[in-house]
Ligand binder design. Structure first.
Ligand code: BG6
Ligand code: MG
Length: 218
């Protein structure tokens, strides 16, 4: 019954979630504040500008910066992030992902990338996995970012499949919420408490092939 699997990128295909954290922490420190890993969970899956807003709001700084200043801060974070991802190679694909992509292809299941990142096309190129994706959703083409379901619904619309025929693979609570509000099956990778809205949670990406096989074959 499942026809489309929608992959998140950062934290699922590769470990760039860590680089986003490092870059945000550096930006925060530059403006005299800090973020920790627990707070960072709220940033996962969230767009660049919305992430900045959350960091500023958490420090009562929302009104301290003009829109222009905020755009400059978001650029500063992205420049730091771009330096961190510069060296990305196929070795940075997380365990089990290539086998999963190959298996889905063999089964004739559509594969989409549903990432909030504007850097996604460059990252999948660096990882040399672009060929597996039938469709990469452009985050600028949808109205609302995660936790809204728009990105995932756009993927379903592209293939003319119903949300109930889609499986979403996500490491962020915002992404799991987006999948569930979009009426899709949500597989979380990470901590069960953080991803408590998911239909199923695995600890690491190397368990994904087994669970997705079971969902698709049985
Ligand atoms: C998501 C990440 O995939 O993309 C977020 O989980 C990030 O941390 C968002 O903010 C936007 O990414 P980018 O590369 O466009 O800044
Ligand atoms: Mg992610």
């Amino acid at each position: 019954m499942y026809k489309l699997v929608i992959f998140d990128l950062d934290g699922i295909i590769t470990d760039t979630a860590e680089y986003h954290y490092v870059a945000w922490k550096k930006l925060a420190n530059n403006i005299g504040i800090d973020i920790d890993r627990a707070f960072n969970e709220q940033l996962k899956g969230v767009s660049r500008i919305d992430s900045l807003e959350k960091i500023l709001a958490n420090n009562n700084l929302s009104n301290t910066y003009s829109e222009k200043d905020k755009a400059a801060l978001a650029d500063e974070k992205n420049n730091c992030y771009l330096l961190l991802i510069k060296q990305i190679t196929p070795k940075d694909v997380l365990p089990g992902i290539i086998d999963l992509l190959k298996w889905l292809k063999q089964q004739g299941i559509y594969i989409a990338l549903g990432s909030a990142s504007r850097n996604a096309p460059a990252i999948v190129e660096g990882l040399e996995v672009t060929k597996y994706f039938d469709y990469i959703v452009n985050p600028d083409s949808v109205k609302m970012g995660k936790p809204a379901p728009d990105l995932f619904l756009e993927a379903a619309k592209h293939f003319e499949v119903a949300p109930a025929q889609c499986i979403v693979i996500e490491d962020a609570s915002s992404g799991i919420k987006a999948a569930k509000d979009g009426l899709m099956y949500a597989v979380g990778v990470g901590n069960e408490e953080v991803l408590n809205l998911a239909d199923m949670v695995v600890g690491t990406t190397d368990s994904l092939l087994d669970v997705i096989k079971k969902l698709i074959i049985y």
